[in-house]
Design a protein around this ligand. Structure first.
Ligand SMILES: [Zn+2]
Length: 141
């Protein structure tokens, strides 16, 4: 066995979390899915100024979210742009329109890539990648 063949498996890309989004990822690590809700009722997947009423990010509160949504658009990756994904091809990256309003870029994990369609219902599930938990979309709604 060559030295190359006995190398350990590639590690996944690091999860980079802006400090203002830490509560979102803390919830993911605790197996829950939350969104930031403004006092006016608008929802966001991160802390930001409200686009609906103009309130600043301090008006937003993290609340449990349904995780239900539909595929707004998607792409099937058939080339690995990171060594970790080389053994995981093909994989699907989708923009999911959540029923609360925000859009979330995530992977669709349990559907044949040829069966995914724009508008199909999905739900957010929690998966694992390396040492972290991540959100993913399941076609099993
Ligand atoms: Zn607002």
């Amino acid at each position: 066995m060559s030295e190359k063949e006995i190398q350990t498996a590639p590690t996944p890309p690091e999860r980079v979390v802006p400090v203002e989004d830490q509560p979102f990822w803390d919830a993911i690590d605790s197996d829950s899915f939350v969104l930031a809700r403004c006092t006016c009722g608008a929802y966001y997947a991160r802390l930001q100024a409200c686009l609906q009423c103009g309130a600043d990010a301090q008006a937003l509160t993290w609340v449990p979210a349904s995780g239900r949504g539909t595929v707004r658009t998607f792409i099937v990756f058939d080339k690995p742009y990171h060594p970790y994904f080389k053994e995981r091809l093909p994989y699907v990256v989708a923009v999911v329109a959540l029923e609360e309003g925000p859009e979330l870029t995530t992977n669709i994990v349990d559907a044949d890539a040829t069966n995914i369609t724009i508008g199909m219902p999905v739900r957010i599930v929690i998966g694992t990648r390396g040492q972290h938990q991540i959100h993913q979309a399941s076609a099993r709604v």
